[in-house]
Design a protein around this ligand. Structure first.
Ligand SMILES: [Zn+2]
Length: 338
């Protein structure tokens, strides 16, 4: 078979597995996962373990010392707008249900809820190094970790947690120094270079070299769905400055579709800020912005997986703040050093 034929067989196999998983939840009503159609092949994998579906990255899965996953809405016990796998009790869901959802993920991750650590996220770029004594903080123990949007650790068995519903989850692994990290990067975190600050923090804490880091940019709202006003668009153009070099490197690596949005002009590289569908509005690419900051910080594009799944387009099975008008729960991004 040719490479092209093998690709078709591979894609069909992935589709069939996805369909089987999703169809086992009658609530999905036959919904199938929508992916970025400009990708040649699916990037993230939908898997099922302990009756819980989750999404994961191929490059992080290849790091044998790490367990990671991003949840969907499926497989939990919450109801109503929180159906069913919600990890936030601050939005009105019952705490017992949220804890049961954590319990189910602990089963999937082969860890204990007592070993999970979460924070009160407030769109900062504050990063905290989790140590042995922090086990359970923010989840089973009172939230003592305030205003933190990034976590790193080199302690085995601790699971780092971040919460999302359209914002960008960033997963980090240093396979040489045995350290992991997670970050919550919405537009505020992204424009303030949360991605680059995580890379720097790995260097300071674990003596990590940026070129060794493996990074996953997870499910969040895509450029086509993410409309912003002029002030937000301008803040990105300011923060990114001249980004031609990074965009060329990303285009050459083939990890992200860099053809410009719109007709004609195939030579033009896609920009973080494109003109909006509505007048005076702009379409913002948080994935590309995080990518540029990562490459600028020294991460190799070949070591990065960028999601092909948009939360807003998949709001039947993923929580999306925009698509739900704010009536939603939170998904969880989890990473653990085995
Ligand atoms: Zn989208």
């Amino acid at each position: 078979m040719t490479t092209e034929q093998l690709d078709i067989v591979y894609i069909e196999k992935i589709r069939a597995m996805e369909k089987e998983i999703l169809n086992s939840y009658p609530e999905t009503d036959g919904f199938s996962l929508k992916r970025d159609t400009r990708r040649k092949k699916p990037v993230m994998n939908l898997k099922l373990r302990e009756q819980v579906p989750f999404l994961c990255f191929p490059k992080l899965s290849a790091c044998s010392q790490v367990e990671h996953l991003f949840t969907t809405r499926l497989g939990g016990v919450s109801e109503g707008r929180f159906w069913s796998m919600n990890f936030s009790s601050k939005l009105g869901d019952q705490r017992e249900r949220v804890l049961e959802n954590f319990q189910r993920i602990a089963g999937v991750m082969d860890c204990r809820v007592e070993d999970m650590v979460g924070t009160v996220q407030t769109h900062t770029t504050n990063i905290f190094r989790v140590k042995e004594g922090d086990r359970g903080k923010g989840i089973l123990r009172d939230p003592e970790l305030w205003e933190l949007d990034g976590l790193v650790t080199d302690v085995r068995g601790i699971t780092l947690v971040a919460y999302m519903a359209d914002c960008v989850p960033l997963f980090f692994v240093d396979p040489l120094k045995n350290a992991v990290g997670i970050a919550h990067s919405g537009w505020r975190g992204t424009v303030q270079n949360m991605a680059g600050k995580m890379v720097e923090r790995f260097r300071v804490e674990f003596d990590s070299r940026p070129e060794d880091l493996v990074v996953g940019i997870g499910p969040s709202i895509c450029q086509d769905c993410y409309e912003v006003d002029e002030a937000v668009a301008a803040s990105f153009l300011n923060a990114l400055g001249a980004d031609d070099e990074e965009r060329k490197r990303i285009a050459q690596s083939g990890i992200y579709p860099m053809n410009a949005i719109g007709e004609g002009d195939t030579e033009k590289l896609r920009s973080v800020v494109e003109s909006g569908k509505a007048e005076g509005k702009y379409q913002l690419d948080l994935h590309l912005a995080n990518l540029i900051f990562l490459v600028r910080a020294g991460v190799r594009p070949e070591n990065i997986d960028v999601t092909d799944i948009c939360t807003a387009e998949n709001s039947r099975i993923l929580f999306s703040h925009r698509a739900s008008g704010g009536k939603r729960g939170n998904m969880g991004a989890f990473i653990k050093l085995k």
